[in-house]
Design a protein around this ligand. Structure first.
Ligand code: CTP
Length: 402
C-alpha cells in the first residue's frame, strides 16, 4: 500500500525521518512530500535516501515547467489517485489552516484537495498557537470532514514553553495510520479461506446459468483479512475484479470446482467465509453442441449442487465457519434457518431488495446472526468496513471457543 507523507515546516520535521522507517516496517510504500518551510528544517535528501523515491517539493518545479512534461505538471493528481492514505506529520498551524480553507498554493495543499484517500494529520506547534481559537476551529472543520487527528502530546516545547503542542509519538501516529488503513495485526499467523463471486453452470458451450454476484463482498473480505495479517486463500468464481496482490487466488467456474477447491484447501484454514453466491442447481446434462431452437417450448432439467457450506459445517472442527444469506424476504427467519441447517458459527444476511445492499454495490447493509445470541444489525457501510466487522466477530467466536 502506498502512503504520502507530507512534512511541513516545524522543528519536529526531523522526527518525520524516523516515521518513514516505522511506516516501511508496516510494509507501506512512502512517498515524501515537503513544503518549502519544511526544507528549512531538514533536507529532501534525507527523505529521498530513506524512501528511495524522488521527494516532491514543488508544484511547478523547473523540470515540471517544461511544456513537454505535462505529465509531471499534473503529478499532484497522479499522486492523489495512487495513494491509500495521506499523512501529514508534523502538521503546522499554517498547513491546517490551508487545508481547512481549501487553499491550493503548494503541492501538499493541492494533494490534500485532490485525494479521495483518508487523511491523518499529526499537528505540532507552540502551545499558544495550538490553543488559539483559529487553530482549534480549523481542526474542528477538518474533523467534521473526516480528517483523523493525532493530538499532540504535552511537554517541553522547542520554544521553551510547557504545554500541548509536541508532535505525538511515532507509535501513536503509526497506530492511527494502521487503524485507518485497517492494518491491525490480529489475524497474524491465521489462514482465511474465502469464497467469492458467482458460479456458472453450463447448459451448452455458449449458455450458462449464473447469478448477479459481482464478487465485491468476497474480495473486500480478502483485502481486509490480508491487511490484518492473515494468509488468504480466495476461491473465486468469474468476476471483473482485480486479483488481490499476495492472496492465494484459486479461480473456479462451476459449483463442483468450487466444492473441490474448498475441500482441498479447507484443512489449511482457521476461518472460512463463504461469500460466494453458489448456484443451488445445475443442468442435469450439459449439451456438448450448441442447442438449436425448436418450435416448441424448452424444459431444462436441473439437479441440486452440493451444499459446500453445509458439508464444511459438518466437519468444521476448530475452524470458524461463516456463511452469507442474500434474501428478499423473511430475512431473520431464513438466516436463522441457514445457521442451524449448515452448522455455521455465523450467518451474515442482507436484504438484497434494500437500496445500498447486495449485488454489485460498493456498500452493504447486513445483520450478523449467531447461535444462542441476539443478532447484530449494522448500518449501511462500505463492503471493506463490513468485512472488518465480520472478522471482529469471527475473532471473538474463536476466542470464546478456546
Ligand atoms: N452455499 C454453499 N453451497 C451451495 C449453496 C450455498 O456453500 N450449494 C453457501 C453460500 O456460499 C452462502 C450460504 O451457503 O454462504 C447460503 O447460501 P444461500 O444460497 O443463501 O442458501 P441456500 O441454502 O441455497 O438457501 P436458499 O437458496 O433456499 O435461500
Amino acid at each position: 500500500m502506498k502512503i504520502a507523507l507530507g512534512v511541513t515546516g516545524g522543528v519536529a520535521a526531523y522526527k518525520a525521518a524516523e516515521l518513514v522507517r516505522r511506516l516501511q516496517q508496516e510494509k507501506l510504500d512512502v512517498q515524501a512530500v515537503m513544503t518549502r518551510a519544511a526544507q528549512e528544517f531538514i533536507t529532501p535528501l534525507t527523505f529521498a535516501a530513506l524512501t528511495g523515491q524522488k521527494v516532491i517539493t514543488e508544484i511547478f518545479s523547473a523540470e515540471n515547467a517544461a511544456p513537454a512534461n505535462v505529465e509531471s505538471a499534473i503529478e499532484h493528481i497522479a499522486v492523489a489517485q495512487r495513494i491509500d492514505l495521506l499523512l501529514v506529520a508534523p502538521a503546522t498551524a499554517d498547513s491546517l489552516a490551508k487545508f481547512a480553507q481549501g487553499l491550493a498554493g503548494d503541492f501538499l495543499s493541492t494533494l490534500y484537495l485532490a485525494t479521495k484517500a483518508p487523511v491523518v494529520v499529526a499537528p505540532a506547534m507552540n502551545v499558544n498557537m495550538w490553543e488559539h481559537a483559529a487553530t482549534q476551529e480549523n481542526l474542528a472543520t477538518l474533523r467534521a470532514r473526516g480528517v483523523h487527528v493525532v493530538a499532540p502530546d504535552e511537554g517541553y516545547l522547542a520554544c521553551g514553553m510547557v504545554g500541548a503542542g509536541r508532535l505525538a509519538s511515532t507509535d501513536a501516529i503509526v497506530l492511527k495510520v494502521r487503524d485507518v488503513l485497517g492494518l491491525r495485526h490480529d489475524l497474524d499467523g491465521q489462514t482465511v479461506l474465502i469464497t467469492a463471486g458467482p458460479t456458472c453452470e453450463d447448459i451448452d458451450p455458449v449458455r450458462f446459468l449464473t447469478n448477479r454476484s459481482s464478487g465485491k463482498m468476497g474480495y473486500a473480505l480478502a483485502e481486509a483479512a490480508q491487511r490484518r495479517g492473515a494468509r488468504v486463500i480466495l476461491v473465486s468464481g468469474p468476476t471483473d475484479l482485480k486479483i488481490p496482490e499476495g492472496a492465494d487466488w484459486v479461480p473456479v467456474r462451476t459449483t463442483e470446482q468450487m466444492h473441490q477447491a474448498v475441500r482441498e484447501r479447507a484443512a489449511e484454514a482457521n476461518i472460512v467465509v463463504m461469500a460466494a453466491a453458489v448456484s443451488d442447481y445445475r443442468p442435469a446434462a450439459t449439451h456438448e453442441q450448441k442447442m438449436k431452437r425448436d418450435d416448441g417450448g424448452l424444459t431444462l432439467t436441473l439437479e441440486p449442487t452440493p451444499d459446500i457450506l453445509a458439508e464444511l459445517g459438518r466437519e468444521k472442527g476448530q475452524r470458524v465457519v461463516v456463511g452469507f444469506a442474500a434474501e428478499t424476504n423473511n430475512v431473520a427467519e431464513n438466516a436463522r434457518g441457514k445457521l442451524a441447517r449448515k452448522s455455521a458459527d455465523m450467518i451474515v444476511a442482507n436484504d438484497v431488495t434494500q437500496e445500498g445492499a447486495g449485488f454489485d454495490t460498493d456498500t452493504n447493509i447486513v445483520t450478523m446472526y449467531l447461535p444462542d445470541a441476539p443478532e447484530i444489525s449494522l448500518p449501511k457501510m462500505n463492503k471493506f468496513d463490513v468485512a472488518n466487522r465480520i472478522f471482529d466477530q469471527a475473532l471473538s467466536i474463536r476466542k470464546n471457543s478456546k
